[in-house]
Ligand binder design. Structure first.
Ligand code: F1P
Length: 338
């Protein structure tokens, strides 16, 4: 049921794209590393905001397993470089079975862009460092716009759409406010520089943000960092928490903080240090072993984008303290082409 022979090669806002989107029944997202975390967040948006069935998987697994592709599948690949070998191979493997392909990418003319029917460029400018940072936040904006465009054909209401567009207009100033937390985060980084392990917790769209925070710390400061959905702490990883294992939590809203309080007691009881990025700080004060970092009030839809910034700053400052090369970390290539 491919739309037409050959590639459409059009931006998501074009006429051909509209015809394709009219036929979408579900979405399959494929990506690696940081881009995969963006895909995980997009799944929450596609299903939660617009009722579009959406699957997401790392390309490095997807390409090596037998997959069932249902009729009407829009295949979305996300990649900063557009050259990641696993992502490209995954797309090539399914080309003949999908409705159409869309790539969200930062590099015009890259292989993934050339080989996809549709594209949405992130326009993040050149990523000077090897580890993806601004590519990630711009991928999220691109995925949110994609959710809006396709979501109109599903259950996304006009009211919700307006709310999202209004929220997006606040994004530049919210990002600036989170960057302004730099000095506070630099101080926080001292608690990590001498440590060998750390834990990141989050719920909902903030779980992939926790994963991204952990990945950045691993990539540029070489500290073992694991991310868990907040509710999973009691299902095993709590056994690891002690004074040598700082725990970072992203919990923007009150309902999250209420659930977090149990975690907090568990961590404190084990002598662990907890750092909480929270939006409703009146309900949670810093205390012995608990450091609350107050975030600006943020529309819920933007939480994963804005909360990513302080976690990126954290890994940056830890790396600087440790003296590692922030821009050229060891064992990491800008595009993994093998
Ligand atoms: C995927 C990725 C990046 C990571 C590093 C290696 O790249 O895993 O997330 O930071 O650059 O590759 P891409 O497909 O998004 O270019």
């Amino acid at each position: 049921d491919r739309i037409q022979d050959g590639l459409v090669n059009e931006n998501v806002f074009g006429e051909q794209a509209a015809k394709i989107f009219d036929q979408v029944k579900q979405i399959q997202i494929i990506a690696c590393g940081t881009s995969y975390h963006a895909g995980m967040i997009a799944k929450y948006w596609m299903e939660g905001l617009a009722g579009i069935p959406c699957h997401v998987e790392v390309a490095s697994e997807y390409r090596y397993r037998p997959v069932v592709i249902q009729q009407g599948t829009l295949f979305i690949s996300i990649s900063q470089s557009g050259e990641t070998a696993d992502t490209l191979a995954a797309l090539r493997d399914v080309q003949d079975q999908i409705l159409a392909s869309l790539t969200i990418c930062n590099v015009p003319g890259s292989s993934l862009v050339r080989e996809s029917d549709l594209h949405l460029m992130t326009n993040a400018g050149p990523e000077i460092g090897v580890a993806s940072t601004k590519a990630f936040t711009t991928q999220l904006v691109a995925l949110l716009l994609t959710t809006l465009v396709i979501g109109r054909r599903f259950s996304l209401t006009q009211e919700k759409e307006r709310e999202i567009v209004n929220a997006l207009q606040q994004l530049p100033s919210l990002i600036e406010q989170s960057i302004a937390m730099d000095a506070e985060i630099e101080e926080m980084s001292q608690a990590f520089a001498e440590k060998h392990h750390s834990l990141f917790l989050g719920r909902g769209t903030l779980y992939p943000v926790a994963m991204e925070g952990a990945l950045k710390l691993k990539e540029i400061s070489y500290i073992h960092a694991e991310a868990y959905p907040a509710g999973e702490l009691k299902h095993g990883p709590l056994a690891l928490v002690d004074k040598d294992m700082p725990v970072v939590t992203v919990a923007p809203r009150n309902d999250m903080l209420d659930k977090l309080k149990a975690n907090l007691q568990e961590v404190s009881a084990r002598g662990g240090e907890l750092f909480v990025f929270a939006g409703c700080t009146q309900n949670l004060q810093s205390a012995e072993g608990v450091h609350v970092l107050g975030m600006p009030e943020i529309p819920e839809i933007l939480e994963p984008i804005v909360y990513t910034v302080p976690l990126q700053l954290l890994s940056y400052h830890v790396a600087v303290l440790k003296g590692t090369d922030v821009d050229q970390p060891r064992n990491l290539a800008k595009s993994v082409t093998v």
